[in-house]
Design a protein around this ligand. Structure first.
Ligand code: SF4
Length: 488
């Protein structure tokens, strides 16, 4: 399961270009396909300068070669800029899809660069509308759609907030935007439902923002806030302000950010990701049916399941051990190719000495398709020789697709949707995975562990209750067309 992108920005700070690079490094887990920055240069003919490439952040900026890294930093030396890391479900490895996207124009307020984290659910409708208006679209991506929408809105709006307000009326979905124009105005905007996180800090006439707080705190910006849904943080004409550009009357924070996507050191809506994951493990332990004895060990699937594994083990009084070690140096290209069994072997090493003869409680943060977990269980059985493997999942069954930026787009690919009619879902999935038992988190346990109000969270991939109009429509075409689990 993968995520689409991370954004960051700096408004009015020395060495903004270097800070952007450092923040992108901390956001690398949100996208490994490409990275890029746009910086502002008021003294130059080329007032906006964009640099982007395919690859990991350090490769893109040639961080291991001073003779290449320094000229890039020198060329982009600036006080203001925006940055982006990209993961893509389409558009493959084409550099044309790397962000930021820049739209040149003869007038400074209409010349802008922007980047985006999320997914526009009504992409197809908006694309058709633009084509009817005689637009020629050159890429298959919602980023291009947003670019034209913003461009149209800027033309007809008096202020930047008006422009974002105009554009947001038409957009359905998740979108966090980093925007900058050739007048040096910079904006961070969060969609009206706040699906994806966005943190910022303002101090002494300057500002920084990033998709996750870890990118701020690791660079010394400790006193950050969450940008409220529907709000924009704006720096223009030497003033900084937060202004509302849209209101939906509700929120829809994606619960998966706490379960899997976000960095464990990030704090979102006041909740530390590590703590939420640890609590998920504790909640999960409440449903344990197996009798614990001296042969029991908890093995989290690294890395994102580790805090849940620790919480689970602590609650049950059994050791949490590293029976699986993740290879951090396997490149993306290598992982993305080949069969799944090979990918599992490339990705994990087995520590047979801690698994052999043990009753293993394998804690995983989520099961989406189940294919990788099945291969992993078979790999552990073959090379770790455990007595039993009991799978414990810190997220409830994922039964519905996501239309807000996570790459699970049809019910057919979701193992829990495939078997939802079965009386004992757990037993059927457990058999398919080749495990000895399987227990999932409950929706109540999940909400309790994260600690936010349930009505403020998007749980659509669990219960089929989509928080946007387009989400509800797309649900009907997502395969099966069955009724949602609960009343929406
Ligand atoms: S559908 Fe699921 S993954 Fe997508 S935004 Fe909602 S909670 Fe997150």
């Amino acid at each position: 399961m993968n995520h689409k992108c991370g954004i960051c920005g700096v408004g009015g700070k020395d060495n903004a270009e270097y800070l952007l690079y450092k923040m992108l490094l901390q956001l690398q887990h949100r996208g490994q396909l490409s990275a890029g920055i746009t910086t502002y240069h008021p003294e130059s003919t080329q007032r906006l300068l964009t640099y982007k490439e395919i690859g990991l952040v350090n490769n893109v900026f040639h961080a291991e070669h001073k003779e290449k890294f320094s000229p890039i930093m020198q060329k982009h030396k600036s006080l203001t800029g925006i940055g982006h890391v990209r993961y893509a479900t389409s558009g493959a490895d084409d550099k044309n899809y790397a962000q930021p996207f820049e739209r040149a124009h003869g007038r400074k307020n209409k010349w802008f660069s922007f980047c985006f984290n999320g997914n526009i659910s009504n992409y197809t409708d908006l694309k058709r509308g633009l084509e009817r208006d005689n637009y020629h679209l050159v890429r298959e991506t919602d980023t291009e759609i947003i670019m034209h929408m913003l461009s149209k809105s800027i033309k007809t709006s008096g202020t930047l907030v008006d422009a974002f307000a105009h554009a947001s009326i038409k957009l359905d979905g998740a979108y966090n935007l980093a925007f900058m124009n050739a007048e040096g105005a910079i904006v961070a905007a969060r969609d009206p439902l706040g699906f994806r996180p966005l943190s910022y800090m303002v101090s002494d006439g300057d500002m920084v923002f990033a998709s996750e707080s870890v990118a701020l705190t690791s660079n010394g910006f400790d006193h950050f806030n969450d940008l409220a849904p529907g709000c924009a943080l704006i720096k223009e004409n030497n003033s900084i302000r937060v202004e509302r550009f849209a209101s939906s009357g509700k929120k829809a924070y994606c619960f998966f950010e706490w379960v899997y996507f976000a960095h464990p050191a990030s704090v979102m809506e006041g909740v530390l990701v590590y703590k939420a994951r640890h609590s998920l493990g504790k909640e999960l332990a409440k449903f344990e049916t197996e009798k614990m004895d001296k042969d029991c060990v908890v093995v989290p699937v690294p890395d994102s399941s580790r805090p849940a594994g620790e919480g689970f083990a602590e609650s049950l009084g059994v050791p949490c051990v590293e029976g699986l070690i993740r290879n951090r140096y396997v490149g993306r290209t290598f992982i993305e190719s080949g069969d799944r069994a090979q990918k599992v072997k490339d990705k994990f090493a087995i520590v047979k000495q801690v698994l052999e003869g043990k009753k293993v409680f394998l804690v995983e943060d989520s099961i989406v398709r189940g294919t990788t977990l099945r291969k992993l269980i078979s790999f552990i059985k073959k090379h770790g020789n455990p007595k039993e493997i009991h799978v414990r999942v810190s997220c409830p069954p994922v039964k519905w697709p996501c239309f807000y930026g996570i790459d699970m787009s049809s019910r057919a690919e979701l193992i829990a949707a495939k078997y939802e009619d079965k009386e004992d879902l757990n037993a059927v999935i457990c058999k398919e995975l080749g495990a000895d038992s399987l227990i999932y988190q409950t929706e109540e346990g999940l909400v309790k562990a994260i600690g936010l109000d349930k009505k403020d969270m998007c749980l659509a991939c669990l219960n089929g209750c989509y928080p946007t109009t387009m989400g509800e429509q797309l649900k009907l075409f997502s395969g099966g067309g069955r009724a949602a689990d609960s009343k929406c």
